[in-house]
Design a protein around this ligand. Structure first.
Ligand code: ADP
Ligand code: MG
Length: 255
């Protein structure tokens, strides 16, 4: 695809994927040492919406994200992406689906220091065995305002810029779902805002579905909805809450 057609693909309401988790359990270990990270979670993330997952440390946020993202296998329960039950897929098929439908952003940027910025953005596609569309790589970097830095090594960029490269890497390939685990956890307030706007924009302009774990009420206030976990179960579900309302809800949970 040429740069110009890539940039003018019209947004469609169907471009996101609905995610549905049903009666999700995830237990680590066995017997007396068993840790019940998820204890029966039912949640739907509607297509084209931005949801923040919150809760105290150890409440199961990362486990929920990893299970709904198909990176960790639940102990029981199901996860659907659109019509597809991803929990019924063999590992290879699941890995293929993950590569084509999902983009991932973590607190640690996980960039390869010896590669250039553009090589980092292209890496997941190369690992998936796809031919790299370098115009698309530049376009992804342009979306995060870093096209002019594409030939540099990540070490020359600030932390916020490195996280924007990680966002460009997640956006490259136009996945219908974005999963983020504490994407602003290592950033200062103004760079956090930049990254959160990028996620917000991808949902609003392109209708992608975004699920983001955060412990920061200000970050969560960029979402359409906030679900709150405590001890492996969902305890609250807030629609477009303000940062102050979120902070008040969480104060009772010792976050
Ligand atoms: P959060 O992201 O909300 O801080 P996690 O989902 O990381 O919480 O962890 C939920 C619970 O599961 C915690 O008690 C944690 O110690 C436990 N846990 C997570 N991963 C593992 C693992 N691989 N082995 C054993 N226990 C784990
Ligand atoms: Mg976590």
């Amino acid at each position: 695809m040429s740069l110009s057609t890539y940039a003018t693909v019209p947004p469609t309401v169907e471009s996101g994927l609905r995610i549905r988790a049903e009666n999700l359990h995830r237990t680590h270990g066995r017997g007396r040492d068993a840790v019940h990270a998820l204890r029966g979670v039912d949640v739907t993330f509607a297509a084209g919406t931005f949801t923040a997952v919150m809760g105290p440390s150890g409440s199961g946020k990362s486990t929920l994200l990893q299970c709904v993202a198909g990176m960790d296998r639940q102990t029981s329960g199901t996860v659907h992406w659109g019509p597809t039950d991803i929990t019924a897929l063999p590992e290879r098929r699941l890995a293929q689906l993950r590569r084509s439908e999902a983009g991932f952003i973590f607190q640690a940027y996980n960039l390869m220091p010896a590669m250039t910025v553009e090589q980092n953005v292209a890496l997941p596609a190369r690992l998936a065995g796809r031919r790299v569309d370098w115009g698309g790589v530049t376009e992804s970097l342009a979306q995060v305002g870093l096209a002019d830095r594409r030939r540099e090594r990540p070490g020359r960029l600030s932390g916020g810029q490195q996280q924007r490269v990680a966002v460009a890497r997640a956006l490259f390939g136009r996945p219908r779902i974005l999963f983020a685990d504490e994407p602003t956890g290592a950033l200062d307030r103004s760079t956090s805002r930049e990254v959160l706007w990028l996620l917000r924009e991808r949902v609003d302009v392109e209708g992608r579905t975004c699920v983001m774990v955060t412990h920061d009420p200000v970050a969560a206030s960029y979402a359409d909805r906030v679900v709150v976990l405590a001890d492996g179960v969902l305890v609250d579900d807030l629609v477009r809450p303000s940062a102050a309302q979120i902070a008040e809800k969480l104060s009772g949970l010792a976050c």
